[in-house]
Ligand binder design. Structure first.
Ligand code: NAG
Ligand code: NAG
Length: 245
């Protein structure tokens, strides 16, 4: 499978003119929070004797945990005792919230992009499978509460969470914008699938997941972080087209 994205595909962004909105996932897209989730879960599972007390590794986390709802995580961890899985997830979220305040760091270049979004008067929302208290805490820790105007869509509050398109479709409705004038930033396979299914171009961040894994979900562009020249090339072209129109 090719790991590079064609010029033709990148031009999908210029057809978005006039751009109305940008939608952002949170975990791994605004901040690199997965390492915090990973450490917390690994410790909790080891204490319960999961997998014979052998600590889970990053592959297990990437494949089975990252970007998923707690309901699904519980089912993966304890298929015969979902209640136990859910209880463990609750504890995981609680510990996560304690650590986020100290350790959540914005993805490189994030504030350059949020400024660009503000300068262009675009609407924006955060769209996540995380529980609402985590989502709100991460956004306030990053200083983005005002930026998002409290527009936070939670997967579990939709009929179907990501990878279904529902959370992104709900965001379009909430902002009253068209999918034809909106793009998405995401970092997981599940999230990119949701965005593509909702009919929008998706910029995939390789924060945690390797290119070849993300490519399976069909992103329009892959970037390392928000300082990536590929991103600014595309946004520059969009600007130019906007000025011509
Ligand atoms: C994901 O979970 C399944 C079921 O427990 C397991 O068989 C598989 O090895 C896990 N994936 C990785 C990469 O560890
Ligand atoms: C939604 O946007 C359209 C224009 O795109 C506008 O005509 C309409 O009044 C808006 N609806 C609300 C509820 O703001």
């Amino acid at each position: 499978m090719p790991h590079e994205i064609s010029e033709k595909r990148k031009s999908a962004f210029t057809t978005l003119v006039p751009l109305e909105a940008v939608l952002f996932d949170i975990d791994g897209t605004l901040c690199d929070s997965d390492p915090i989730h990973f450490v917390v879960l690994r410790e909790l599972l080891q204490r319960t004797g999961f997998n014979g007390g052998i600590p889970i590794d990053e592959d297990f986390f990437a494949q089975n945990i990252s970007g998923k709802l707690d309901d699904d995580i519980a089912a993966v961890l304890f298929p015969n005792d979902i209640e136990r899985g859910l209880k463990l997830c609750e504890e995981k979220e609680e510990r996560f919230r304690k650590l986020v305040k100290e350790k959540a760091m914005p993805i490189k270049g994030l504030y350059k992009l949020t400024k660009w979004v503000e300068d262009h008067g675009l609407k924006r929302a955060a769209v996540t499978n995380s529980p609402r208290p985590n989502a709100e805490l991460m956004i306030s820790t990053l200083g983005l509460t005002d930026f998002f105007h409290h527009n936070i869509i939670i997967g579990d509050e939709c009929e179907h969470a990501k990878p279904a398109p529902d959370p992104y479709l709900k965001a379009l409705k909430l902002l009253n914008v068209s999918k034809d004038h909106t793009f998405i930033c995401e970092d997981s396979v599940s999230g990119i699938k949701a965005g593509v299914a909702a009919g929008m171009p998706v910029i995939g961040l390789t924060t945690r997941n390797p290119k070849h894994v993300l490519m399976k979900a069909n992103p329009t562009l892959l970037i390392e972080n928000y300082e990536d020249p590929k991103l600014w090339e595309v946004l520059g072209k969009l600007n130019k087209r906007e000025n011509e129109a």
